[in-house]
Design a protein around this ligand. Structure first.
Ligand code: PGA
Length: 262
């Protein structure tokens, strides 16, 4: 596995061309040596391409269409995203699952389309509070990931998975490092078991209220290949601090095995 930690910012429906330029200015002067990308709203992709190209920052989108092209008003295809030099696209974020009723099957098709277009899909999975309280986390993650495993087969090693417990997103309360390590171990084992893909081949990020104060403790855990950051990725200094923590923690990690989760 690539032992360099990956930091992905998810701007959601925030940001402006001025904000893209502010990040680029900072990144051009002083940026830690970790892999980092900002997933911006679609209209900001040209600005991201123009501004981040000369910096260590990469860029991506937050969603793509499951269709290739045609009469799908308002949709944005992977080819369009790729045309602006994007490297990543988030698929299956819990806000899209909740507000746009996206299904595991649609998300799997999006991931396939992204890979075919040369983009790295960041596939989000995670349980909500009710599912967590009902000890259903393992079942939910298995259901969300199985479609991806079936759709991608051997290509599974080319995606990034983001474990984002819905209850932690935007709450200010991240999952504990212990829960994160345990759940990432479960996901890695599940991917190995069902896809035959070595657990170490798939990068598993954690997302949900990551900030400069908790990033180091999360990133230093086993099986945590990086973080997906929402709110804190809108503040240049905060994102830089998280990237510093990622650069400090970028060393080979041992993989967990035999983790069970109900
Ligand atoms: P948050 O969002 O860091 O603001 O909790 C994370 C996400 O939704 O990807």
């Amino acid at each position: 596995m690539n032992s360099s930690k990956l930091v992905i910012g998810n701007w959601k429906m925030n940001g402006s061309t001025a904000q893209v330029r502010a990040f680029a200015d900072l990144a051009a002067q002083d940026w830690p040596g970790c892999e980092a990308a900002l997933c911006v709203p679609h209209p900001l992709l040209p600005a991201a391409q123009a501004a981040f190209g000369a910096t260590p920052l990469r860029w991506g989108a937050q969603d793509c269409s499951a269709e290739e092209e045609g009469a799908f008003t308002g949709e944005v295809s992977v080819r369009m995203i790729r045309e602006f030099g994007a490297r990543y696209v988030i698929v299956g974020h819990s806000e899209r699952r909740a507000h746009h009723a996206e299904t595991d099957g649609q998300i799997a098709v999006k991931a396939q389309r992204a890979l075919a277009a040369g983009l790295t899909p960041i596939v989000c999975v995670g349980e909500n509070a009710q599912e967590r309280d009902g000890d259903q986390t393992g079942m939910v993650l298995r259901r969300q990931l199985l479609q991806i495993v079936r759709a991608l087969g051997r290509d599974l090693g080319s995606i990034v998975v983001a474990y984002e417990p819905v209850w932690a997103i935007g709450s200010g309360d991240a999952a504990s490092p212990g829960i994160i390590e345990h759940t990432h171990g479960f996901i890695a084992d599940m991917l190995t078991f069902h896809a035959g893909t070595p657990a170490s081949a798939v990068r598993i990020l954690y997302g949900g209220s990551v900030n400069p104060r908790n990033a180091g403790a999360i990133l230093s855990r086993r099986n945590v290949a990086g973080v997906l950051v929402g709110g804190a990725s809108l503040v240049p200094a905060d994102l830089r601090e998280i990237c510093k923590a990622a650069a400090r923690c970028s060393a080979p990690t041992a993989m967990e095995s035999d983790v069970t989760l109900q």
